[in-house]
Write a protein that binds this ligand. Structure first.
Ligand SMILES: Nc1nc2c(ncn2[C@@H]2O[C@H](COP(=O)(O)OP(=O)(O)O)[C@@H](O)[C@H]2O)c(=O)[nH]1
Ligand SMILES: [Mg+2]
Length: 244
């Protein structure tokens, strides 16, 4: 007997029923996350923050990019960093070495940060004294695409060692992002990574994507990223001023 509708289920009905329940649970999970993300966004806007959510597969260079950026721009902006990883405080330790405020969130078995974790994570910071909040998500090109954290923008970091086809293999992530950073360009002479194909694939899934190429190792392209960041922060300030 089916507990929801009282009928005697045949095999197909049972399958349909399980699928319906799975979709309902996912919907309510995401709806709850969206509500908490909206609350985070209200809090971040009230504090005048620019908030970026760095997403990528593991090892693309998110923490290295943050280390460089914080070291080079910490006199210009007041940063705070939330680090997401399943285990360890390794990345938080690397960020702490730059002297910037950081808080590590360990998700255990979880494969992404969610808005609830971020809402509690930022309790560690003086948001009113912060200009830019950087969130380094758990390395994963799938789940973080679906979870809004209240950020202004998702920044997808792709490294040249991963291959140029990732934007079409994981389109949800590159559709959700506003900026794609192609990192590790110093390795291009040793790889068969096709930069033009990568750009074309990314724009195929998201024609509005801004794309920057850089190398955290050589420093090539970092200036353009810093200019992008400064412009985004100024635009956010202007938006906040217009809102208040
Ligand atoms: N060759 C090269 N290696 C890089 C570059 N950026 C980061 N790496 C290396 O890539 C590895 C993973 O970097 P990490 O920042 O921990 O990646 P995350 O997992 O995305 O945070 C480390 O060994 C870094 O030194 C780069 O531009 N060029
Ligand atoms: Mg990292």
């Amino acid at each position: 007997m089916c507990i929801d509708c009282g009928c005697t289920p045949d095999h197909q009905h049972q399958h349909d029923h399980e699928t319906t329940r799975k979709i309902r649970v996912e919907e309510s999970l995401l709806a709850k996350n969206d509500r908490l993300a909206a609350a985070n966004r209200t809090l971040f806007n009230a504090a005048g923050l620019l908030t970026l959510n760095l997403v990528s597969s593991p090892g693309s260079g998110k923490t290295t990019l943050l280390e460089k950026t914080l070291t080079d721009l910490k006199e210009r902006f007041c940063f705070a960093v939330l680090e997401g990883d399943q285990q360890t405080a390794n990345d938080a330790d690397r960020i702490a070495a730059t002297g910037v405020a950081v808080h590590q969130i360990n998700t255990g078995a979880g494969c992404h940060l969610d808005a609830h974790m971020v809402g509690h994570g930022v309790e560690q910071f003086d948001l009113d004294a912060t200009d830019i909040l950087m969130i380094e998500n758990v390395g994963n090109l799938v789940c973080p695409a679906s979870f809004d954290l209240g950020e202004d923008l998702k920044v997808a970091v792709l490294s040249t060692t991963e291959g140029e086809d990732k934007p079409v293999k994981y389109p949800q992530m590159f559709r959700a992002a506003g900026l794609m950073i192609i990192n590790k360009t110093d390795l291009l002479p040793y790889l068969d990574f096709d930069m033009e194909k990568c750009r074309a694939y990314a724009l195929q899934v998201n024609p509005n994507l801004t794309i920057l190429e850089l190398s955290c190792r050589s420093g090539a392209g970092l200036e353009a990223w810093y200019r992008w960041l400064e412009t985004a922060q100024i635009k956010k300030q202007q938006l906040n001023a217009a809102r208040s």
